[in-house]
Design a protein around this ligand. Structure first.
Ligand code: SF4
Ligand code: FE
Length: 483
């Protein structure tokens, strides 16, 4: 099969029989739901752009195994150039959607599984690499979207998985059968689960020998029996049901997260990538997290581009664009945004091959990248709100703007510069509201904080990778210290 078109992707999701709940009710089909559809439109962009000749080099790659052109989201990175193109692709998609486009978790899981299963097989003589590669070829051939599920609910953070009061707080193996395993547990905050065809499940932390039932990784279709999803609420989500495209700010695109329950799900042997090898749980987590921390140096930068542009347009419409402090704030926003991009590119350029042959980012730089992402988008949002002005949160609704009696007054009194319509001024302010406080704020703000690991997770990695001993040696040598 060739690359899927965006329309084919949407229709392929319609055919799935997922068990999705929202506001206490079953969602018959996410494709037609006004709250969920924008998130599918974001993923669709990963298919639409891959069809366009001008983006072929960035959005697609040639599989070295099959020689076929595949979507880069299903590709295994074979060079630092591949790693850099990945970041550029994510920036492009952030610019086109101003939202989380969700397909990256599968790509990052692919690359982490590829190298980890290879090394596990070398040590144990298992067949996980073969299992994973067969799954990967199937996804490449059918151009599937794959979700990567890592974050367990975790219960008491002070206790290991096996020591929890409720044994299901981390997803685990409950039965080993000749033909496969049965697993139970949940994965929280799952980006893109309702937009994906398949899900790769991975452990969430390093594990000891007592946690071997929790050291499990596999892939299953998202509509496998026993899997169900409870959609997370987002700020202003029900605006999407009100029918006002203007009030939503970004009506076409969005992201979505869900709590995903695995209620005694059967996994056949050929879909298992780890089954009890606790000492490799940490490697899989570290590599997946590293790739995803690199990802944020692309996607959040692209969304930042839109926010900076929106703030500049708001300044134009307010008649404030020539004020030196406004110009300086836009420079500061650009500086912060491009600093994140520098990190994404740098950890890619400094990548290296793993034992399996695929390329991994420089882990120290990828963690520095994500640590900056936990801070800079907040400052960029603060400056955007500063430039936008308070009207961004006090403007009347579109219904008032269209009302026969009220409309002319809203139009008259909320106008900025005379030659720009009030409608356009309100539209750009709604977009800034969406990115800083509305549904997209999940992706641009709180996800910047906690997605791909909370700030402390990066600080632990920075302390491990920072090589303080080498730096002390350098200092002692310069200072002519002999001990
Ligand atoms: Fe991709 Fe960024 Fe969304 Fe993660 S947060 S899935 S990297 S767009
Ligand atoms: Fe994310």
């Amino acid at each position: 099969m060739a690359l899927m078109t965006g329309e084919e992707y949407i229709e392929s999701i319609r055919k799935l029989n997922m068990e999705i709940y929202m506001f206490g009710k079953r969602v018959e089909n996410p494709v037609d739901d006004p709250i969920l559809r924008p998130s599918l439109n974001s993923v669709r962009m990963t298919y639409d752009l891959a069809q366009m000749p001008e983006y072929e080099d960035i959005m697609t790659a040639v599989s070295p195994e099959t020689g076929k052109r595949i979507n880069r989201f299903t590709h295994i990175h074979r060079s630092t150039e591949d790693l850099i193109k990945k970041v550029k692709m994510q920036r492009l998609l952030g610019q086109q959607t101003a939202a989380c486009f969700q397909r990256c978790v599968g790509m990052d899981a692919f690359n982490a599984e590829y190298s980890t299963t290879y090394e596990m097989d070398q040590k144990y003589g298992t067949h996980y690499f073969e299992n994973f590669k067969n799954f990967m070829f199937y996804c490449q051939e059918n151009d599937l979207t794959v979700d990567g599920a890592m974050t367990d609910p975790k219960g008491d953070r002070g206790l290991a998985p096996h020591a929890q009061a409720d044994p299901d707080m981390y997803l685990h193996i409950v039965e080993r059968r000749p033909d496969g395993i049965v697993v139970r547990g949940a994965k929280a905050h799952q980006t893109g689960i309702i937009n994906s065809h398949e899900v790769i499940v991975m452990p969430t932390c390093s594990m000891g020998p007592d946690d071997s039932d929790y050291a499990v990784s596999f892939a299953v279709p998202v509509d496998t029996k026993g899997i169900f999803m409870v959609i997370g609420r987002q700020s202003c989500d029900t605006r999407k049901r009100e029918g006002s495209e203007m009030d939503v700010g970004n009506a076409e695109f969005g992201g979505v997260e869900a709590l995903v329950v695995f209620d005694n799900v059967f996994v056949p042997n050929d879909r298992i990538f780890m089954c009890g090898e606790a000492e490799y749980a940490g490697m899989l987590v570290e590599r997946f997290a590293g790739y995803h921390r690199q990802s944020y140096g692309g996607c959040k930068v692209g969304v930042g581009d839109v926010l900076i542009g929106a703030a500049a347009v708001a300044a134009d419409y307010n008649g404030a664009a020539r004020a030196s402090h406004i110009k300086d704030k836009l420079i500061e926003m650009t500086h912060l945004n491009e600093t994140l991009y520098c990190c994404g590119i740098a950890c890619s350029a400094e990548g290296h091959p793993t034992e399996s042959g695929n390329y991994i980012i420089d882990l120290l730089l990828a963690n520095v990248c994500k640590q900056n992402v936990t801070r800079f988008p907040y400052e960029i949002v603060r400056l955007a709100e500063d430039i936008a002005g308070g009207l961004m949160v006090t403007a009347p609704s579109e219904a008032d703007f269209r009302d026969g009696k009220l409309g002319p007054y809203v139009d008259k009194y909320l106008r900025g510069v005379a030659d720009v319509s009030t409608e356009n001024r309100l539209r750009i302010l709604r977009l800034i509201e969406n990115l800083s406080l509305g549904t997209a704020a999940v992706g641009y703000r709180t996800e910047s904080m906690h997605g791909a690991g909370s700030p402390q997770a990066q600080r632990i990695m920075i302390s491990r990778q920072g090589n303080l001993a080498m730096k002390k040696k350098l200092a002692k040598k310069i200072a002519h210290i002999t001990e």
